[in-house]
Design a protein. Structure first.
Length: 269
């Protein structure tokens, strides 16, 4: 069954890319985007197409999630999976699967989130068996260091309808971490354990000042040839707009690629 945004998602890239990067996640990708896309561009000496599904409050499992007035389809439900098969087998492929813990705070069971993580990695492996996949583990150290008052403050700010207790989220986070490690071993993926120093008072979002260092370490297992930093004159893609989204309940569609710059095209879902 085609995904809802399958009919208007893809236009051929004009850059004849020799590499493809797939970025799946939520708010950490959104908040770090300017620094992240710079690192992705530096990771390849050839033109690259970036296929991404991310957004504030993004879920892998649920039908629609988001913050404020905007909603996005769940990552497993979005059109990125229809777009990937059109990529040539000759293209070198890399993928990042991150921000899996959001669904725990929406009340999903750890076992269901682990299933969603496995489904994501299995789809990537089926799409391209040679894809170099990196999975980030949840920030267990940051979560286990939380005090009760700080936990309640951030739960009310970020997930106001959640009634999860600190003890429950700590247990679920550990279960998710164990599950991600099993999946990585099963599908020959790489894992990266977040450094506690990447986080401040907020236990789930990498601090702005740590974003470049964090994503440099996260993308290191791609084992690509890191190029010189882009010159100040080079224009990098702006934050992408997803092919399908809802704003104040109204459906909005955006043709892809969402943004293009010399050497990189970004397709967002």
């Amino acid at each position: 069954m085609p995904h809802p945004d399958a009919d208007f998602t893809t236009t051929a890239s004009s850059s004849s890319p020799a590499a493809c990067a797939v970025l799946l996640g939520a708010s950490n990708l959104t908040l770090a985007w300017p620094r992240l896309i710079s690192l992705v561009c530096r990771s390849f000496s050839t033109p690259v197409d970036v296929y991404t599904a991310h957004g504030m409050g993004r879920s892998y499992m649920l039908e629609r999630t988001g913050f404020a007035t905007g909603k996005l389809p769940g990552i497993l439900r979005c059109g990125v999976w229809d777009a990937l098969p059109a990529i040539s087998d000759a293209v070198t492929t890399h993928a990042l699967v991150t921000d899996l813990g959001n669904d725990l705070l929406y009340g999903c069971q750890a076992s269901d989130v682990i299933d969603a993580a496995e489904e994501s990695v299995q789809r990537l492996r089926t799409w391209n068996p040679r894809c170099r996949i990196v999975m980030t583990r949840p920030p267990t150290a940051a979560v286990h260091s939380l005090g009760r008052m700080r936990f309640l403050m951030f739960r009310s700010m970020l997930f106001p309808f959640s009634r999860l207790t600190l003890e429950c989220i700590q247990q679920k986070t550990q279960e998710l971490d164990d599950g991600i490690c099993r999946i990585a071993e099963q599908f020959s993926a790489h894992t990266v354990l977040p450094d506690r120093k990447w986080y401040g008072l907020d236990p789930i979002h990498v601090r702005r000042r740590s974003q470049r260092r964090a994503f440099t370490e996260i993308l290191a297992p791609w084992d690509t040839q890191v190029c010189a930093a882009p010159s100040s004159a080079q224009t990098l893609p702006s934050r992408p707009t997803a092919a399908l989204r809802w704003v104040l309940g109204a459906e909005r569609q955006t043709h892809q690629p969402s943004s293009e710059s010399p050497g990189v095209s970004v397709f967002a879902y």
